[in-house]
Design a protein around this ligand. Structure first.
Ligand code: G3H
Ligand code: ZN
Length: 283
């Protein structure tokens, strides 16, 4: 079942769990995510970044995502992750994405609001729901990089103003996580999540969640985090599985034999995340 992001996240908010949003770049990752979701009876977000769309092509990703979503016996949203290009956002909506992110977080507040409003207007007209970002999350997610020195945490009052002004459906906040591999242990600002939630009704989104300890995520979810983005941990699992397989089978040339174990390994990583998020048996 293909659903909007909002439908998934409102149920998560009501029942105090989080939906995993996992980055997809090819068929094997889509299959790993959908198989994990079906095995655990969990709702799930398939998300593609601009880098992912550049690699596979928007038509391929949209076709894979729609097929997987329609055939799945769990609710699936197909989401554009960190969209910065208005034309590409429109293209995704046209190709059947059910959710899009406009990431104008690098701009000053009023400009971020103006860009977000424009996307909300066209997306809502097409029945698509929208994520925006306020505050700056450090690290690198595909082609978006924010230096540690430029990272800024989300201000709760600004968050309320931003959501009221834009009518955005869910909000990505900067509360101590970072994209990519962590150097030390990430420290989440739980008081800030709580303060934002007190001012904002929209479900909150946590980016850069790979490498964040399970206990930290479990603490953040009841405070208002309803969508948790994971990319790096899936990449690491994929790379490790392929390396191991080829070390053991150096003469293997069949892509199916090489990628099959990686798909299985990614599925297990994703299932572990879903259990941490509490989304199992919520479909
Ligand atoms: O938007 C995608 C996520 O924020 C992924 O972050 O690669 O650190 O898991 P991650
Ligand atoms: Zn992100």
């Amino acid at each position: 079942m293909l659903k909007t992001g909002k439908e998934l996240l409102l149920d998560a908010q009501k029942n105090r769990y989080a939906v995993g949003a996992f980055n997809v770049n090819n068929m094997e990752i889509v299959q790993a995510i959908i198989n994990a979701a079906e095995e655990l009876n969990s709702p799930v977000v398939l998300q593609a970044s601009q880098g992912g769309l550049g690699y596979a092509g928007v038509e391929y990703i949209a076709s894979l995502g729609k097929l997987a979503g329609r055939n799945a016996n769990v609710p699936v949203a197909l989401h554009l992750d960190h969209g910065t290009d208005f034309k590409q956002i429109v293209q995704c909506i046209r190709h059947g994405f059910t959710s899009v992110m406009i990431d104008a977080s690098k701009y000053p507040l009023e400009e971020n609001i103006a860009y977000t409003k424009k996307v909300v207007e066209i997306a809502h007209a097409a029945g698509v729901t929208v994520e925006a970002e306020l505050g700056k999350i450090s690290g690198t997610e595909d082609d978006i990089s924010v230096d540690e020195r430029d990272a800024t945490f989300t201000d709760p009052d600004e968050a309320r103003y931003f959501v009221d002004e834009t009518d955005v459906d869910y909000l990505a906040i900067a509360v101590g996580t970072a994209h990519g591999v962590y150097k030390g242990e990430p420290k989440l600002d739980y008081d800030r999540i709580k303060a934002i939630r007190q001012k904002v009704d929209a479900p909150l989104v946590l980016h850069g969640s790979s490498g964040v300890p399970a206990e930290s995520l479990k603490k953040a979810i009841p405070l208002g985090i309803c969508k948790i983005n994971i990319d790096t941990d899936i990449r690491a699992t994929f790379a490790q599985a392929v390396k191991e397989y080829l070390e053991d089978n150096p003469d293997q040339i069949d892509p199916r034999k090489i990628l099959g174990p990686a798909t299985e390994a990614m599925k297990r990583t994703i299932m572990d995340k879903m259990k941490i998020f509490g989304s199992n048996n919520r479909a």
